[in-house]
Design a protein around this ligand. Structure first.
Ligand SMILES: O=C(NCc1cccc(CNc2ccc3[nH]ncc3c2)c1)c1cc(-c2ccc(F)cc2)cc(O)c1O
Ligand SMILES: [Mg+2]
Length: 214
């Protein structure tokens, strides 16, 4: 049987990147997805916006919903200060298996905890399982119809604090219209849209940054 797109992406990393060098892992994936075959990584253009928001927030505890192959996991973890932790949630076991290898290839496995399962089941267990009081930063990049229910779940589980920054991918393409409505109409969030393009294309997409006001 043939390989999968994530497996081919992993091969490209192992062939073209330097072990322990996160920048080379990011470049190898971006090159592969721009010139060989498209894949749904946040990509280099939106990735620069992710980097700038992360540098501004400098989170001690971060959550990523939707690991895929670990591209944004590597982008986030490489910018974390020593002792900071990233928890990333992936539902698809095949994606998770590739992501673990890409995160390890980048040498970032000590900063990252990859948890397999649906966000709806795992979010209520975050405090007890990982000793998390609250998250400083949340990157939403999983099923777009889960953005609203999971944001409400994070609120209800007391996992957001005054100033927690949520950053949501794909609010234009494929789109997360209910999520945009939710955070823009809520008095509990201060939101800002960062216009960009769908990874590796000229199609418009963007990131929505929402600060929880408590
Ligand atoms: O849909 C997207 N990504 C989410 C996704 C998609 C598939 C599988 C999973 C399985 N992973 C998963 C599921 C549920 C979960 N619950 N908790 C964790 C968790 C993890 C996740 C997406 C699509 C496009 C896109 C496609 C086509 C096109 F033409 C334009 C744009 C671009 C993106 O940047 C995207 O992010
Ligand atoms: Mg995405």
């Amino acid at each position: 049987t043939g390989s999968t797109r994530p497996q081919r992406m992993l091969k490209a990393v192992q062939k073209n990147a330097t072990k322990g060098d996160p920048e080379s892992v990011i470049s190898a994936i971006d090159y592969y997805c721009r010139h060989k075959e498209w894949a749904m990584n946040v990509g280099d253009e939106k990735g620069l916006i992710l980097d700038s928001v992360l540098t501004e927030v400098n989170p001690s505890t971060a959550l990523e919903l939707g690991t895929y192959c670990g591209y944004s996991t590597v982008r986030i973890a490489r910018l974390l200060s020593p002792g900071s932790k990233l928890i990333t949630v992936e539902f698809n076991p095949d994606f998770a298996a590739v992501a673990r290898q890409i995160i390890a290839y980048a040498g970032l496995q000590d900063k990252v905890t990859l948890v397999e399962g649906p966000s709806g089941d795992l979010i209520p267990k975050m405090k007890e399982r990982f000793g998390i009081k609250s998250f400083d930063f949340v990157f939403l990049d999983h099923w777009k119809d889960r953005y609203v229910p999971d944001t409400k779940l994070l609120e209800d589980c007391g996992l957001l604090r005054k100033g927690t920054v949520l950053l949501a991918d794909n609010v234009i393409c494929p789109g997360a219209p209910e999520y945009l409505k939710y955070v823009k109409n809520s008095a509990h969030y201060e939101s800002q849209y960062y216009k960009s393009n769908l990874e590796y294309t000229k199609v418009e997409d963007g990131l929505e940054k929402s600060v929880f006001l408590g």
